[in-house]
Design a protein around this ligand. Structure first.
Ligand SMILES: Cc1cc2nc3c(=O)[nH]c(=O)nc-3n(C[C@H](O)[C@H](O)[C@H](O)COP(=O)(O)OP(=O)(O)OC[C@H]3O[C@@H](n4cnc5c(N)ncnc54)[C@H](O)[C@@H]3O)c2cc1C
Length: 155
């Protein structure tokens, strides 16, 4: 089960909401629109669901694309453990519950870099389908997250 922060139960979860929903929840009970304007871009604020998701996928895909081609048994086992633990503690509970369910049905594939990167790409595509976002072409995973596009646009 994911962590349950009882002391924070009555606080809206910013990491589980987009900014607009979070601002509305903050003002629960009030009939008027959120009174606080969104913070200026220059302020460093807690992440909402989209910001957290984008940063996290960036980290996870980069980690997969830099995983060894031929990992040791221990590296493979630890990477599987990492994803099982990560899924329990991802700080957006609905996201975490669905991701846990998905990786129980599709356990981490950690025998090589290519296998891991493809597996993770497929997990991300499962979330993309749920959210109505376009599917990513998993044959381009290392171009996106390690090598840069073949047309040289990242060089
Ligand atoms: C584990 C996890 C579970 C999540 N579950 C939910 C959820 O249940 N509900 C919810 O509302 N949000 C969820 N999110 C957040 C959601 O997936 C997005 O991160 C968020 O909506 C922002 O989307 P985005 O359009 O900026 O691009 P993102 O989906 O964050 O993608 C970032 C970049 O990754 C690349 N990319 C896209 N798809 C793939 C892929 N398949 N493989 C490799 N690279 C790819 C693209 O270049 C894209 O610009 C989850 C995030 C994570 C990390």
């Amino acid at each position: 089960m994911p962590p349950h922060h009882e002391e924070e139960e009555d606080k809206p979860c910013r990491a589980c909401s987009d900014f607009k929903t979070w601002a509305k929840l903050q003002n629960k009970g009030s009939k008027t629109a959120p009174t606080k304007p969104p913070p200026p871009q220059s302020k460093e604020c807690p992440l909402d669901k989209e910001e957290l998701g984008k940063s996290t996928w960036g980290f996870l895909h980069s980690m997969a694309s830099y995983f060894p081609d031929k990992p040791t048994k221990l590296q493979s086992e630890n990477m599987s453990r990492f994803f099982n633990i990560f899924a329990q503690f991802y700080p957006c509970e609905p996201c975490s519950l669905d991701f846990l369910d998905d990786i129980q049905k599709n356990p981490p594939k950690t025998k090589s870099r290519d296998e891991l990167a493809k597996w993770l790409c497929e997990r991300h595509n499962t979330v993309n389908v749920k959210l109505g976002k376009p599917l990513f072409d998993c044959s381009k995973i290392h171009e996106r997250w390690r090598d840069g596009w073949k047309d040289g646009s990242c060089d």
